[in-house]
Design a protein around this ligand. Structure first.
Ligand SMILES: NC(=O)C1=CN([C@@H]2O[C@H](COP(=O)(O)OP(=O)(O)OC[C@H]3O[C@@H](n4cnc5c(N)ncnc54)[C@H](OP(=O)(O)O)[C@@H]3O)[C@@H](O)[C@H]2O)C=CC1
Ligand SMILES: O=C1O[C@H](COP(=O)(O)O)[C@@H](O)[C@H](O)[C@H]1O
Length: 498
């Protein structure tokens, strides 16, 4: 059972409301937390404990996957929550906070263990760490872990600077960098499926795999996050972290032990093997930078990105990013990984498609029929499952061949009520399991790769390629696959696609 005080910085913010409080509640309802815990909400705006607890309850009613408890049980849970108004620049405030946390430590018997969750703008991460130390919050005999949100820097130099600040206070092993895609059920299942099935491993290489396609598509625009997004763009918002992490999960070698460091060692080798773009022309050839313009979806006209709130009307920021990526090692040499992500695309889907090489052209069956290649699909969202497309005999005497599917639906086995990514990750951080958090060297290699692309875009000073809201992005994303004789496989549930 976990015994710890959770200090949530940014407790009045969106992330705390939508993800963190519901995650803590689920952990509690499932008996993972026990009673030896306390949660301290921290932010500048004033709140009494009662007001804070009522905010937490509202968040749980709206976003948790468990029903909100009846009053008696709710009160028991809510007693663990306290609020303190604190500006993170106020060192004296941190000393008072330490007094409060010591009290809670005694009251809830949490052994001096402290988990600091920074649901704050990244510019504040460094100051919070210093003030945690100055305020005496790290002077207990228990463990002290820092959980931080993305974005981890804007590029490699800013990430290095931020990391340097954090490392003055925390050991690398106590820093838990969130990439919430690594907390998703089916992303975690990639490793298990690959390494726990003897028939997969011999096929998992460039002899048998033709290409891998990773799609992280979203229907939403930038919503209220125009200010942040216009600075970041799709490459930094989704590419540098979630997409490269998914490539790492797909391409890594089997770790020698199921230990977080061994697993992360294997992932970092993949990131180090990404083929760097050698010139701006190479970026231009293999990368698409798109931005949505007005488009009609379900009879409704959606605005162009440049007309969104808090977005520069001349913005060059990409809302779509697609690339052909190579992992230059023995296993993957020559296999393109096609990755794409974007806002205002036709569906909210996360999927990985592995396209296997087809049987040789000259053999009897292939001469007679146009055979579809075998596909293995990891469905991460909205369905969770694994789908295998194969060829089998058509019914009857025609001698034809038809594609069939082996379809495992995790969602229908266990329902849609599987733990949310933040739930798993918060629980892992509290247990000290860093497997699904990104280590500094992974982050640094990912920035190196992405920075080269960003530099080429800066040098070009061109408009992004425009696409209509509600479409699948710029046409060139199709052409890049077509050059190698491939096409994007339709997203699950979408019969037609450009
Ligand atoms: N929201 C999301 O879905 C996601 C968010 N993230 C990341 O999580 C982090 C938080 O995001 P989000 O919750 O959306 O942001 P919000 O803007 O909604 O919340 C920011 C929080 O920080 C507090 N805050 C701001 N300045 C200070 C200060 N000087 N001292 C103390 N508290 C301060 C605010 O409270 P107050 O004003 O009361 O001080 C508020 O609680 C960011 O790094 C973001 O990139 C990452 C992925 C998804
Ligand atoms: O990290 C981010 O992810 C979300 C998409 O996450 P998902 O779990 O809903 O697929 C994205 O909307 C956001 O821009 C980005 O910062």
């Amino acid at each position: 059972m976990i015994g710890a005080v959770f200090l949530i910085f940014g407790a009045t913010g969106d992330l705390a409301k939508r993800k963190l409080f519901p995650a803590i509640y689920s952990m509690y309802r499932e008996g993972k937390l026990g009673e030896n815990f306390a949660v301290v909400g921290l932010a500048r705006r004033p709140r009494s404990n009662d007001e804070f607890r009522s905010d937490v309850r509202e968040a749980i009613v709206e976003f948790a996957r468990h029903d909100a408890a009846e009053n008696g049980e709710w009160n028991k849970f809510a007693e663990h929550f306290q609020y303190m108004s604190l500006d993170i620049h106020n060192v004296e405030g941190f000393r008072q906070l330490n007094g409060l946390v010591n009290e809670l430590d005694r009251k809830f018997d949490t052994n001096g263990n402290r988990l600091f969750y920074l649901a704050l703008a990244p510019e504040l991460f460094g100051d919070v760490s210093f003030n945690l130390r100055e305020g005496g919050l790290l002077q207990t005999t228990g463990w002290h872990r820092l959980v931080i949100e993305k974005p981890f820097g804007y590029d490699l130099p800013t990430a290095q600077k931020l990391n340097g600040q954090l490392r003055q206070v925390f050991e690398e092993s106590d820093i838990y960098r969130i990439d919430h895609y690594l907390g998703k059920e089916m992303v975690q299942n990639i490793g298990v499926f690959r390494f726990a099935n003897s028939f997969i491993e011999p096929l998992w290489n460039n002899k048998h795999i033709a290409n891998i396609q990773i799609t992280l598509s979203e229907t939403v625009g930038v919503e209220e996050r125009g200010g942040y997004y216009d600075h970041a763009g799709a490459l930094r918002d989704m590419g540098q972290n979630h997409m490269l992490q998914m490539i790492a999960m797909m391409a890594m070698e089997p770790p020698s032990r199921m230990h977080p460091e061994d697993i992360r060692d294997e992932k970092v080798k993949v990131l180090r093997s990404l083929r760097a773009f050698e010139s701006d022309e190479a970026v231009k050839e293999d990368v698409v930078r798109g931005q949505y313009v007005q488009g009609e979806v379900n009879g409704k006209m959606l605005p162009a990105y440049r007309d969104e709130d808090k977005v520069n009307p001349d913005s060059h920021t990409e809302t779509y990013f697609m690339a052909r990526v190579f992992v230059d090692n023995f296993r993957w040499a020559g296999v393109p990984f096609y990755i794409r992500t974007g806002k205002r695309l036709p569906s909210k889907t996360t999927e990985v498609v592995v396209e296997f090489k087809n049987i040789p052209d000259g053999v009897y069956l292939a001469e007679k029929q146009k055979l579809e290649p075998n596909l293995l699909v990891f469905r991460v969202h909205p369905e969770e499952g694994i789908y295998f497309k194969m060829n089998a005999k058509d019914q009857g005497a025609s001698g034809g061949i038809t594609p069939i599917a082996l379809d495992f639906s995790h969602s229908s086995e266990v329902g849609f009520n599987t733990p949310e990514a933040y739930e798993r990750l918060l629980y892992d951080a509290a247990r000290g399991d860093s497997t699904y958090f990104t280590r500094w060297d992974e982050v640094a290699h990912a920035w190196e790769y992405v920075d080269r692309i960003a530099q080429a875009w800066r040098n070009a000073e061109e408009d992004p390629e425009f696409y209509a809201a509600g479409s699948w992005g710029p046409e060139r994303a199709n052409e890049i696959l077509a050059k190698n004789g491939f096409k994007w496989w339709p997203i699950f549930g979408q019969a037609t696609q450009r």
